[in-house]
Design a protein around this ligand. Structure first.
Ligand code: NI
Length: 160
């Protein structure tokens, strides 16, 4: 396992569409392991492969009451409701904004063993899933921000 460098906003790679994973081979397994280590060190709740410079449809996300899961070729199947809350990104350290997201999300994907998985999540976890899946299409949270926050408005909460 190795910690990888997280690309920052402004890098062209973050605006590109990632390709589907056709086969979960050693490279993908290593990628997922490295992403988990990288996210833990950065104290984040989600990380997408393009953030470490790999344009493949792989994200990891920490889901409430479930823990950190990998989502390979994730597809959001269902959304409902809406929420506005604080969001940030490991590729944009120190900046936060209020974004508009669905309140409930159902996502389907493959896990590292190639098994189909399905998660229905709400609140913070729903935001995190949407945020990470957006990365795979070159979309960043600043694209759906309602307004950016001043540093003074931030209390202890709000890291991603
Ligand atoms: Ni992000």
């Amino acid at each position: 396992m190795a910690v990888r460098t997280i690309l920052k906003f402004g890098e062209e790679t973050l605006r590109k569409r990632s390709r589907e994973v056709e086969k979960i081979d050693e490279r993908i397994i290593t990628l997922v392991e490295d992403m988990k280590e990288t996210m833990a060190l950065a104290n984040g709740v989600g990380l997408a492969a393009p953030q470490v410079g790999v344009l493949r449809r792989v994200v990891i996300v920490e889901l409430e009451e479930i823990g950190v899961v990998e989502l390979i070729n994730p597809v959001i199947k269902k959304t409902s409701g809406h929420q506005e809350d604080i969001e940030g990104c490991l590729s944009d350290p120190g900046e936060y904004g209020i974004t508009k997201r669905p309140m409930n999300v159902t996502v389907e994907a493959l896990n590292i063993k190639g098994e189909k998985v399905k998660y229905s999540v709400s609140g913070l976890s729903a935001r995190a899933v949407c945020h990470e899946v957006d990365h795979l299409d070159g979309k960043l949270f600043i694209d759906c921000v309602v307004r950016m926050l001043d540093p003074e408005e931030l209390n202890s909460e709000g890291k991603k």
